[in-house]
Design a protein around this ligand. Sequence first.
Ligand code: HEM
Length: 421
Amino acid sequence: MAEFETVNFFKDRAIQDDPFAYYDWLRSQHPVWQEPKYGVYMVTGHEEAMAVYNDATTYSSCNTIAGPFVKFSVPFEGDDVSDVIDEHRHELPFSDQLPSFDPPMHTAHRGLLMRLITPKRLSENEEFMWRLCDRQLDDLLDKGQCEFISEFASPFTLLVIADLEGVPESDHGAFKSRLTNLIGGPTSHNPLEFLYDQFTQYVEDRRKNPRGDVLTGLATATYPDGSTPEAKDVALIAANLFAAGQETTVRLLSFALQMLGDRPDLQKRVRDDRSLIPNFIEETLRIESPLRGQFRMARRRTTLAGVDIPAGASVLLLPGAANRDPRFFENPYDFDIDRANARKHLGFGFGIHTCAGAPLARAEGRVTINRLLDRTSDIRISEAAHGPAGDRQYEYLPTYLFRGLTNLHVEFTPRHEAVNV
Ligand code: HEM
């Protein structure tokens, strides 16, 4: 279609609302296609995206969020720009965040992070999730309806990460009021500053006065080589988990609920057979991937799927497109709860940067869907807010980085059963 040739993927509102026909068009040009506005190489094929995710030697993550929009202070020259990247990467936004690191720094910081997300911590955190979920549902269910994102998903995902990192419950209220919306809500302060300050204080305090709590574990964790990180580096990692894990999971939970509300047949199947929930969550992530794209920068001239990529070029991996690549997923537009390879979606990325919080996000989905189904006999999309079945109106986030609903109004019939906590 001619009009797709002139689309500005990064700004066009219509594409933000519905990118899928555009993704198909891109893939039909070539699974790696250079868009004309900014010269970004758009990767829509599953195999091609995997090739980039798996090659951190050729592709730097320094621009994973900045993309082509912020340039280095020096120009690129020649077929290998590795030195320029290494010397100037701090000039790019989010350069202090784990997703934008490359090895060996990435390896050390990721190693530190993974000492915090241990199987034991995840299992304690899941116990907290069940309690928190019920507590939040206690407040909501009797109303018979809610705006799911602001009333359930946002506070839930925020407090789950707070608990994972051992933030004392007495501070949960402050976290809730300061971290209103990490992706562009109207805030009078920088939420990340609040997190840096708060965690620097926690770390300094626990290093002086160890207490045997989770924050003490955080404060005394070491890099894989045994060295002790500076307090500010620990604070960065702790803050990064909120930035990386909150809004993304909010979008997963809301897409899952949207699906249950829009598809009563599916809702019935999942109600009757809860063992379907894990694959239901994978299929939700495949069909609606909350992170729209991750950039990479070619360190040196290379070739991807036969396309010549110059050194310094921006490459954009599009999980939402790769997840509907018909060469990999049969009937990619069908939401198929029985899909055998659903878990092979790229919603969590792949390779060395693969989502560190994936087990957490999956558990949040599992707990929320289970308890919502336990405690209701029916969940419906609000017709007053979104229109009748077959003609729903949903609003999506106006950004090329995230794919997500801005609001989701649902109604439910509560079930007054004995709550099992
Ligand atoms: C459904 C929810 C989530 C989605 C869709 C998601 C998606 C992703 C993706 C695609 C990446 C790879 C970025 C890249 O390659 O540049 C990533 C990285 C990351 N995610 Fe998630 N994420 C989710 C939830 C979480 C949660 C709950 C946490 C933690 C509490 C988390 C922490 C991280 C971290 C720390 C990274 C960086 C890993 C690294 O660079 O080594 N994410 N996530």
